[in-house]
Each structure stands twice: as structure tokens, then as C-alpha cells.
Design a protein around this ligand. Sequence first.
Ligand code: ATP
Ligand code: MG
Length: 366
Amino acid sequence: MRVLDEDLRDAARSDAKVLITGESGVGKELAARTVHAFSARSSGPLVALNSAGVPDTLIESELFGHVRGSFTGAYRDKPGLFELARGGTVLLDEVGEMSLRMQSLLLRFLETGEIQPVGSDRPRTRVDVRVIAMTNRRLIDAITAKTFREDLYYRLNVIHIVVPPLRERKEDIAELAEQFLRQSKQQYGTEPIEISPEAMSCLMEYQWPGNVRELKNVIERCVVRLRNRHITVADLPPQLLGAPIVATAGTEAARASVADQTFNRLVSGEESFWAAVYVPFMNRDLTRADLRRVISLGLERTKGNYRLLLQLFHMSPNDYKRFLNFLRKYQCQLTFQAFRVIRNDNPGQASDASPNDPPVRLGSSR
Ligand SMILES: Nc1ncnc2c1ncn2[C@@H]1O[C@H](COP(=O)(O)OP(=O)(O)OP(=O)(O)O)[C@@H](O)[C@H]1O
Ligand SMILES: [Mg+2]
């Protein structure tokens, strides 16, 4: 984040156009607003347009405004986006989704700075605005596919800032999580909240496909549901406990046992334990060893908590007894102690243990 911050400050010192790229939720808009805020234009307006949300018929009027009487319903002159942003910055979001028509209108404006409102027979004025464009698409691919104009790409891409996905800057996770905790605390007026070391390691291990936005939502969701002042593994949503193990090479995939594949399917998909494991087991397509392996992989994820296993394996909380009876009947109920993590601040006590968890017998270790 500090490297990014430097890049943003550098960009703010110049007045050149900026293209910000990165996956969804990485913080492109925040970055764009930061550039404006640090720039000499910060006291000027900041106007944002979602390029994907403007129908082709309204583009010209949106960008350049219209004059009274230019079409049915145009009762008065209306300024367009660029005029509203005079002396300031225009944020063009999702430029990768712009229609070709909008691309050519934008290009013309970038070249001349002239504004010709709809219904006017000549350009009325020139405006000075800075354009910051954002996209989560690879524009180079769009150029190859002829859906994005190459000349426009080079116009927009004077300073290019890439905001990396969260999984490539794991050192930001803890800092961001703490920041979102503080924000939620202010918003909901709760007591100071701490994240347990085990929960933090789940946050660190997760791949965050939704990036910072997803992290923010997870923390907020934890805060509003929290019953005490600690966020533990049990408070985290199931996707964080069941990050799929992706086999990287064909040979690895081939080597992965039936049980591992079943487990991955179970935690990454929407199939429940009953469909993905119980039925094949009863049909003898899965062996007892497979079943034990699936349970053991699950308990590793939930740090030995059987109740969380229900969530991880897409079962209803009411299935608890049925699930345990099934495992007991086929001697596949594993000892959970092996998976529990001992908390440093509470020696000798297993973490994440629910006081309601019934005693679990040791299963056969064969
Ligand atoms: N460094 C950061 N510090 C604090 N909050 C952040 C940071 N980066 C992103 N966020 C927050 O994450 C959320 C998503 O950020 P933003 O809207 O800027 O993402 P985006 O890249 O524009 O996503 P999309 O492509 O989906 O539009 C916002 O709530 C934003 O405030
Ligand atoms: Mg955005």
C-alpha cells in the first residue's frame, strides 16, 4: 500500500491522464480519488461517470450537455459531465465497457477539449479537466478484439497505475482488517474488538477473490454479528475456512486421491455432504478410508470444530446429530483434539471449542 501511495502522490504532482487498472475490489476508485485529493485540482470538482451505465442514445448529452429544445423533454440547457468538472477531475469508471461510439466522442474531446452540446451547431466552450480512467479489463486484449480503440488507449494511458490483488500483498491484510475494525467500531459504536491469532491466519491464507471489498465486508459482517470482543475462526464466513486447494499441474491433479477431489468439490461447490459424500459412500463408491480422509481434511480447516464442519460441508445446523451418528456408525468419527489449536493466552485450553459440543468419542484409528 505504501508503494501504491508513492505512485499516487507522483501522479498527483503531474496533470497527466491516469489509467488505473486492477481486479474488481482492489481499490481503483479509492486510488483515483486519492490522486485528485493530492493534486492541485483538489479544490475543484470531482465528477464520476460509469461508462458502462450510459445508453448510447444519451451519451452525447451526458458528456457534453444539451441546449433547450434540442429534443423532446429538453426544457432547459443542461451542462454535461465535462463542463461540470471544469477545473477539476473526471473519473471514467469501467472504460473497458465503453461503446465504440462513446470511445470516439471521448477521443475527440481529449484531443480538442471542446464542448459541443446536443442541439448546438458549433462548439460552445473549451474546458480544462483532468481525466482518470479505470478498468478491471485487460485493455490490450480488448484492442486485439477490436472492441477498444488503440488510439484512445494511448491517450488515456499516460501514467499507468496497477493496483495489485490483495493475495499478492498479504502484508496489507492485517493492517486493512484493523482499519475496518476501527471504522466498524465507530459506525456501530461497539467496544474495541480483537481478531484471534487463528482467525487472523485464516484471513492471511485466504485468496480474497473479491479483494479489499470482500475483506471489508467480512470484517463488517463479523462486527455486527459478534457476541463478544473477539473475532474467532467460528465467526468467519465458510468460504474462508474452505478455500479450495487448487491442483496446479495435471500430474498433481491425477495424483490427488478420490477423497481429496471429493473434499475439494465439497468445499468449493454448493453440493452438500449428503450428496457429495453420503450417497457415494452408501453406494460403495467411496471407501471408509476416503470418508475418514474427507472428515480429517475438514477438521483441519475448522481446527477440530465439528459444528463448523457442518457449515463447511453445506449442511444445516439441524443435521448435527444425524451427521455424528452416521460417522459413529461407520467408525469414522475422528478425535478432534488433534486438530485444536492451543491459544497462547489461555494455556491448556482448546480454542474455538463450543461449550455445547457434546463429548466426542475417539474413533477407530485404523
Ligand atoms: N487501501 C484501502 N484502504 C481502505 N479501504 C480500501 C482500500 N482499498 C480499497 N478499499 C475499500 O474497498 C472497497 C472497494 O474499493 P474500490 O471501490 O475502490 O474498488 P474498485 O477497484 O474500484 O472495484 P470495482 O472494480 O469493483 O469497481 C471500497 O469500500 C474501498 O473503500
Ligand atoms: Mg470501482
